[in-house]
Design a protein around this ligand. Sequence first.
Ligand code: CTP
Ligand code: MG
Length: 573
Amino acid sequence: PLLGTYYCKCMINITRLKTIHAVKVQPKTVHDKNSTKFTTFEQMVLFRQNQARKTALVMMDSINMTDDVERFCMSYGRVLNIFPYYTKANKVFLLVEYETQNDVDHLNRNSVHRYTTGTINVITSLLLYRNQNHNFVKYKQPSMIKHYPYADFTVPTLTNIQHNLKQEKNVSQQMLLLYDTLKITDLNVRLRFFTAHQLMFYLSKLFTNISVVPFGSSVNGFGQLGCDLDLICRIKNNKVWKKLTFLSQRLPLIEREEQKQFLAVLSTILGTCIPGIGNIRNILEARVPIIKFFNMNTNMQCDLSCGNASALHMSELLYIYAELDWRVKPLVCTIRTWARNCNLTQETAGHWITNFSLTLLIMFYLQIKNILPSLHFIESIRGKHEDWQASLQFYFTSYFIFLVLEQNMHKVLGQYSWFTKWKISMPHRNTENLQELLHGFFEYYSIFDFKTQAICIREGIVKAKRDNSPVYIYNPFDATLNVSRNITLVELSRLIDSFQIGLQILDFPEENVIVKLIKLEPCTYKSRNTSKALFLNVVSHGDKQNENNSDRDELKHINRITNENNTNVSANN
Ligand code: CTP
Ligand code: MG
């Protein structure tokens, strides 16, 4: 089943064992998952893409072959990392990272193609190991398998981690634990970039100037185990392709109709030529046309689009925010988990808030709290300094230096005008803990004036709305677009209600606050029931009469406006 329509597909079959060149015995390499720290998004993407190029994926018939395959792979080059895993279909794989891309080429050159007579054969990049008396191969470097237990892609259910959460008394610690348990693993990130690289392998045989790049939560720092893999098919522009460019330079977009035609072609190729691709659905009439499919070999639910360059800029922006302060990722993880468990967000798109819009709400709140800068500010720093991300980091952490100067040398330095200027421009460093920030987030949006105000991440301020959408978040890269225009009044009302309930749970801290917040346990809190008033404020647009209506009339009124609003949203879409 893994090979899909086998009649027209072929896998490279490793049938010969040949040690082509002597490989020095290397000391044991244990990969430290957190050891790689990147300065910029571009560096991170290039690093991961390069890693994918140096990686081979080998399928085995049985888990018992693991040692053999490891030994076999090590005979073709120096192996840096090895990750064994099995998929839901119980297929067993080894993801092998070599020191250089030459080693992978070497392995491929020494594999044979398994042709099936009477069918059209396609060369694939997937290797299949067949056990044929390979016992003579000796380990060329120490085995790594024991350091990497088999991964199986099981996403821990919240009920599973309930016990561990309860061990942590403090809300901030509970949030950190939640984040540590749910964040995507190093293997997961590798498989995401490898999936993109594999797609590029096939498509490059036909199209000479396209590349496939992951974006969204797989790369922006907010990914959780099991999240989808967003892929963008980019048209390489020879002039700028030597260096990946984000934010400042936009690659030419192809027109919508061309995008749809191109995606339809890709969809056919995916379905007929690439092993392990299943459940393909073309969603070409969406605002951004996409193809959805499942890659069974890497266990990835993928969304492939093309020409959607601003999505990459957005991923870079979120990546920068996620890296700027250690509190950002655990806070986003907790709020995303809370929203999912309150059914505020769903797996599918609809009239409810998406994880992406929710994340922008959080980023904006952190801007208001002086924890994150506006996009405008990032751009100004970026223009001035080569090592701009480090400068940004410095700017946002230098408040402590300021405190020392302020306390000890104020009298002396106060005479100098540059010191006064610097003091004014210095953001007040926020030192609130995760619990306080979570509380503040619920509080801020419980009383936010959604009726008239819009959120502007670019400037880091609230602005007037450009239309009557219930929630208005300016697209940071295109001020004419509202990122959250899909959200209806009913969904906004549910959102505000949930913010208030969240606030009340945090207001009356019992034990296991996070467990209760993400609905693993019922919670007793005193309802203040203020959201109905707020909601009416949002929907009535100043219609005083509504304030005196009975509950039933209110409901009718809300339904009517919601229906009108839904019609508008559908028309817009
Ligand atoms: N995006 C965008 N504008 C939108 C929606 C999405 O630019 N109106 C971009 C963002 O970069 C976003 C990416 O598309 O991160 C992927 O969207 P989606 O998969 O909906 O969100 P993720 O951030 O990937 O979150 P999730 O884990 O829910 O997939
Ligand atoms: Mg996504």
